[in-house]
Design a protein around this ligand. Structure first.
Ligand SMILES: Nc1ncnc2c1ncn2[C@@H]1O[C@H](COP(=O)(O)OP(=O)(O)O)[C@@H](O)[C@H]1O
Ligand SMILES: [Mg+2]
Length: 242
């Protein structure tokens, strides 16, 4: 479904993503881990089209999308969530999802009422029905993370890129989010690339893990195998939590 070849992105002297290649098959849930600054968010920005690469190629369902703009990639079915939730603070939870739907490909011909009902469906799915009329700016971090997921899923993506859904959550909340992500994957026939800084979280959810360090892909395999590799252990030395 997704094929990345020799992808490179530089910021001045920093090579944030350095000659990265991998494939993701339809239906997979792939974790992407690595210490802070490893290049994980930059990689998502390249796949979603927020940045264009200095080198390399991105193919989605056999189509070269390297030069396509962000909205064109969204139309093809690529959606993402943000590490720092990018909701509109002075709009309600409901309106945040509603406007995302109206701006999407399938929502174009919809009336406000239709999009509103559709938005309610996604809020309900993420347990946010009671918060529908609360301004996004007044939501707790846990609810914001759920709202980000609801909004991304409401775009009916084929590939969902999740950037740190667990940051700032307590273990109970993290477990709940993890269950929801696994549930939507099977119910919505999704392919998911899921970034998390903390390795433990992904160990339980992902079937396959990619590890980045200083812009390079240093491991790709089953979570239980990957964590034992010396280069992965080495990359995480000095990090507080593994
Ligand atoms: N827009 C940018 N401008 C300059 N440097 C950036 C930019 N985005 C990321 N970087 C740098 O690229 C490297 C990788 O960052 P990032 O992809 O955010 O890592 P991660 O998400 O793994 O923590 C870091 O050194 C970061 O400072
Ligand atoms: Mg990041």
């Amino acid at each position: 479904m997704l094929k990345i070849s020799n992808l490179t992105k530089r910021f001045g002297g920093i090579i944030a993503v350095n000659d990265v290649s991998f494939k993701i098959e339809k239906g997979e849930i792939v974790g992407l881990i690595g210490p802070n600054g490893a290049g994980k968010t930059t990689l998502i920005n390249l796949i979603s089209g927020f940045y264009s690469p200095d080198n390399g190629k991105i193919e989605f369902n056999g189509q070269d999308i390297t030069k396509k703009r962000m909205n064109e990639r969204a139309k093809l079915g690529i959606a993402r969530t943000f590490q720092n939730p990018r909701v509109i603070s002075n709009m309600t939870a409901h309106m945040n999802v509603l406007y995302a739907i109206l701006g999407s490909e399938y929502g174009k011909g919809m009336t406000m009422t239709e999009a509103g009902a559709e938005a309610i469906y996604y809020l309900d799915l993420f347990g946010l029905l009671k918060k529908r009329d609360v301004l996004a700016g007044d939501l707790a971090i846990y609810e914001l993370r759920l709202l980000e997921l609801a909004r991304a899923l409401a775009l009916k993506p084929k590939l969902l890129l999740i950037d740190e859904a667990m940051a700032g959550l307590n273990p109970v909340e993290a477990e709940a989010v993890s269950k929801l992500i696994n549930r939507i994957r099977s119910e919505f026939d999704l392919t998911i690339m899921w970034i998390e800084h903390v390795l433990k979280v992904l160990m339980r959810s992902a079937e396959r893990v990619l590890v980045m360090h200083y812009g390079r892909l240093i491991a790709d395999g089953k979570p239980e195998d990957v964590v034992r590799r010396p280069e992965v252990v080495e990359a995480y030395i000095g990090e507080e939590e593994v």
